[in-house]
Structures are given as structure tokens and as C-alpha cells.
Ligand binder design. Structure first.
Ligand code: NOJ
Length: 521
């Protein structure tokens, strides 16, 4: 693994900063909070943290509305505190990846304030202004165009009206945004996760999106149309290549793209001759049904579609999607962790997944997420997966000393870090074992994936490199299952007590049990 770029064998841990650790008692997590928990992350065994946006922001979309790309919001701390966090993370050999939000700024960004001030302002063309709207719909519901009365034109916002879209066809925008990247790269930041990478360039003729024949009422207004003209446009790839070029000015940094597209389209984001994103995020495990058959075909399809030399990656959860333990159940989430750690390439986990955290029920008066406020009750809300990390069993779980910005949730309290740490059967212990194990076994990171099968609810495949050969098996059936196996030893298991067990010929697996067996000659 020595020869691989650092990010190829990394496990990336996403920190949602508002909910990770509060250090100043305002109920919202901050940079000093993250710094205070670095030793926890080291002990957990992850390699890199990706921090969701910490830039100055009116927080209309909780930081995904940036008002200054080269600053730190006072809610999270100061630039000195960021520098210290970076330094202390690096001292512990933890890499730091920042979120970069290029598609849109805040409407409070000085660029937009100038742009909207008059039609002939030099920054007018930094955003997308039109005399007439077309039928494009915002991802948060309703038209993606907002009329600006004083200047008499509409501006485009793929998300909130407080998040106007930048015009990336304008070279001045490109150059200002690339300079913002350089600002952080110069500080030593190890890479970026680029927000909605596939949306950055729109059709230059602003053609209407065609109707979506599969639309059913209740899916949100954007689903009425196919995103043919406001997403995944061919020109995006050149732009991503240029962005990659900026990172390469600074050596071995990583460019990760947030991209929700079908697999064949996703693969284009590796770029011509792999000169695009190092890692176009692979969200297949977030989207597929959790059955042996579906998983087998999802994993095989992704692996087969990878361009030659492209590096795979896998994501189990993020701040926009229901938590894995709620999607598939707490027990199966243990098996999901084993599956994740058996897959090739770079892994990304979302804070709290290592505890088995579940979505928290948010009462109507507690809703914070603008996506839920704009289209209530149709499942758009993301607050349930953004609740505070429970650190201990005290009333506020060691997260804060005042009212937390989102409720902690009773089920999650019991999963707190303190009690999970002393329980060998906890999800946390499982994650620690898996992280340690993967670090020691390059075959799991870069070995071949072969012999994928799904029968009777059993998912199986092999990972091998050199003389090492591992069998992964997971039982997703409702009953226990017997399988024929080679002689070997169980090296990782959803039940800690089975680790070290020698196996020969036949093996039994309980429902929701998963194992990794090291084959022995
Ligand atoms: C994707 C981010 O993950 C999400 O949280 C945000 O609301 C949108 N992009 C808009 O920036």
C-alpha cells in the first residue's frame, strides 16, 4: 500500500460540524469541538476527516450558502482555530478535506450583492440572469428562478433563492473560485469534496427540461421533469479537469465529487485519461435495496463500469440521507459495516454511523432543514440524520452545555461513545476492529474482487491479492443458512465472539450475520 496515493487506502470520516461537538455552549458544534475529539478519531482508526462547510454563511442551508470562500463562520470559530485544527490533525496523521460549494453562493455574498445591484454591474454575469424563466425546478421545490424586481430580471437558483447559481462559463468566476481553492491548499488542506459537481454547468440555450413520464404526485416539483438541461452537461468534464489541475499544483491532494447519477454517467467524472475527479462519490449503497441479489448486481455493475485504472469508492451514509441503521435496521447495519470494509478502494463513513446512530424523529416545531420547510411532509427533511453525536450518558450527552440545535433522540443516547467503548459487542467496537483489520490487510483495499454470488439471501464474494484470499459472506435471509466453505479462520464478524473461530467444510450463519474468512491452505 506504500505506493498508493494516501487517499486510495483511506477511510474518510465525514464530520457534520454543527452536530459533532460543541465547545462554547451555544448548542452548535464548532472547530474547537472537533479538535477536542481528534484523539477519538485516531483511536477509531480513520485516516481523513471531511468537514461539511465551515465558511461564513447566513445558514439558510446550514453552510451550503457561502458568503465568503476564504473565511470561517463565527459559529464555528476563527481562522486561527481552523489553523490549529489543521495542524493538530496533521500531527496525528489525519488528513483534512474541506467541502467546496462551487455551484452557488449565498445571496449575501458580496459578489451577488454587486451582481444584483444593476444590469450593467461588472459582476452581473457572474450569476445567471434571464429576462424570462424556463421550466427548471429547484431541488428544494418550486421554480429555480427568482424575479429580482429592482433590476427586472430572473436569477437562477438550483436550491434556495438564497443560493443563487454562479455562472461558471464566465472566466472571471472560474479564476476567483480557483483562487479560493488555492487559499486552502496553501494552508495544507488535503483535498476537497465538491458539492453538486454534476450541476455546475447548465445548458447555454436554457432549453426547458422534458416532462418525466415516471413522475408521481408527492415526489416534489423537481421530479416532474427529467434533468436533461440543468445537470450533467457535456461541458462539465473540461471544468472538472481544470479543477483537478488546480489541486495538482499542490501535489498529492484529493478531488472528490458529489454526484448523483446512474453508474455509466457517474464514470465520466473520472475524466478523459482519468484527469477528472479522483473519486466521483459512489452512492450506490445509499440507493439500492438491501437484498443479497440487489447488492450483488449493484456492486458488480459498479466494478464492471470502472474505467481502466479508475479507483473505486463506497459511501454508506451522509448528511442528506436517512441513516443506514434506520434504512435497514440496527442489526443489519452491523452486516453493512462488514460489507463496506470488504469492498475495494476508498471508504467514506458519516459521523455517528460508527455508533449505529438512527434517524431522530423531528417534531414539526423542531424542524430546521429548509428542504423540509419548503416541501413539508413528503420526506425531504434531512434533520433526522443530522442530530448531535452522543458522547456520554449525561443529560446533554457531552455534546453541549445548553439546548442542542436539534434533539439528541432517546435511541441514540444509549449508543453514546462512552458506553459503546466498553462494550465489545457495540457497533463502535465493530468499527474499530474493522478499521484496524483493513489497515493490516492490503488485499481488502486493493485486491481483486471475484466470484460474486447471491443465492437464498446469501451474498458472497472473494477478495484476494498475492497469497491472501478472503471470503466475505452475509446472510440477509430471515432464517439461518448453511454454506460450504474452505478451511479457514474467521477474521472479522458481526459477532465478536466468532472472530478467531476455525472453519472447515460447513458453516452456519444467523440472519443479519456477516463474516470475513481468511482461507488457509
Ligand atoms: C448537497 C449538499 O450535500 C446538501 O446538503 C445541500 O443542501 C445541497 N448540496 C446544496 O448545496
Amino acid at each position: 500500500m506504500q505506493d498508493l496515493n494516501w487517499w486510495k487506502h483511506a477511510v474518510v470520516y465525514q464530520i457534520y460540524p454543527r452536530s459533532f461537538q460543541d465547545s462554547n455552549g451555544d448548542g452548535i458544534g464548532d472547530l474547537n469541538g472537533i479538535r477536542n475529539r481528534l484523539d477519538y478519531l485516531v483511536e477509531l482508526g480513520i485516516d481523513a476527516i471531511w468537514i461539511s462547510p465551515i465558511y461564513p454563511s447566513p445558514m439558510a442551508d446550514f453552510g451550503y450558502d457561502v458568503a465568503d470562500y476564504c473565511g470561517i463562520d463565527t459559529i464555528f470559530g476563527t481562522m486561527q482555530e481552523f489553523d490549529r485544527l489543521l495542524q493538530e490533525a496533521h500531527r496525528r496523521e489525519l488528513r483534512v478535506i474541506l467541502d467546496f460549494v462551487p455551484n452557488h453562493t449565498s445571496d449575501q455574498h458580496p459578489w451577488f450583492i454587486e451582481s444584483r445591484s444593476s444590469r450593467d454591474n461588472p459582476k452581473r454575469d457572474w450569476y445567471i440572469w434571464r429576462d424570462q424563466p424556463n421550466n427548471w425546478q429547484s431541488h428544494f421545490g418550486g421554480s429555480a428562478w427568482e424575479f429580482d424586481q429592482p433590476s427586472g430580471q430572473y436569477y437562477l437558483h438550483e436550491f434556495l433563492k438564497e443560493q443563487p447559481d454562479l455562472n461558471w462559463r464566465n472566466p472571471a468566476v472560474k479564476s476567483a473560485m480557483f483562487d479560493a481553492l488555492r487559499f486552502w491548499l496553501r494552508k495544507g488542506v488535503d483535498g476537497f469534496r465538491v458539492d453538486v459537481m454534476w450541476l455546475m454547468i447548465k445548458d447555454d440555450q436554457f432549453r426547458d427540461n422534458p416532462p418525466n413520464p415516471g413522475y408521481t404526485v408527492g415526489q416534489g416539483s423537481r421530479a416532474q421533469f427529467l434533468p436533461s438541461y440543468d445537470a450533467d452537461r457535456p461541458e462539465i468534464h473540461e471544468l472538472v479537469g481544470e479543477m483537478r489541475g488546480v489541486l495538482e499544483e499542490f501535489g498529492d491532494r484529493v478531488l472528490i465529487g458529489e454526484i448523483y447519477l446512474p453508474v455509466p454517467r457517474l464514470m465520466d467524472y473520472y475524466g478523459q485519461r482519468l484527469r477528472g475527479a479522483n473519486l466521483p462519490f459512489n452512492f450506490q449503497l445509499l440507493q439500492c435495496a438491501w437484498s443479497a441479489e440487489e447488492l450483488a448486481s449493484t456492486i458488480s455493475e459498479y466494478m464492471a463500469a470502472l474505467p481502466a485504472g479508475a479507483w473505486p469508492n463506497w459511501v454508506l451514509g451522509n448528511h442528506d440521507k436517512s441513516r443506514i441503521a434506520s434504512r435497514i435496521g440496527f442489526k443489519k447495519a452491523h452486516a453493512a459495516a462488514l460489507l463496506l470494509f470488504s469492498l475495494p478502494g476508498t471508504l467514506t463513513i458519516y459521523n455517528g454511523e460508527e455508533l449505529g446512530m438512527q434517524d431522530v424523529l423531528i417534531r414539526p416545531e423542531e424542524v430546521q432543514d429548509p428542504a423540509e420547510k419548503r416541501q413539508p411532509g413528503i420526506g425531504m427533511g434531512r434533520d433526522p440524520e443530522r442530530t448531535p453525536i452522543p458522547w456520554d450518558s449525561s443529560p446533554l450527552c457531552g455534546f453541549t452545555s445548553s439546548a442542542p440545535w436539534l434533539p439528541i433522540g432517546d435511541a441514540n443516547r444509549t449508543l453514546n461513545v462512552q458506553s459503546s467503548s466498553s462494550d465489545p459487542n457495540s457497533m463502535l467496537s465493530l468499527y474499530q476492529r474493522l478499521l484496524r483489520f483493513r489497515r493490516e490487510e492490503p488485499a481488502l483495499v486493493s485486491g481483486q474482487l471475484t466470484d460474486m454470488s447471491a443465492t437464498d439471501g446469501l451474498l458472497q464474494f472473494f477478495r484476494s491479492e498475492g497469497s491472501e484470499r478472503f471470503r466475505f459472506v452475509m446472510n440477509l435471509a430471515e432464517e439461518s443458512r448453511q454454506i460450504a466453505v474452505e478451511t479457514g479462520v474467521i477474521v472479522a464478524s458481526t459477532s465478536q465472539s466468532r472472530e478467531g473461530e476455525h472453519v472447515r467444510r460447513m458453516l452456519s450463519l444467523e440472519p443479519a450475520e456477516a463474516l470475513i474468512i481468511r482461507a488457509e491452505d
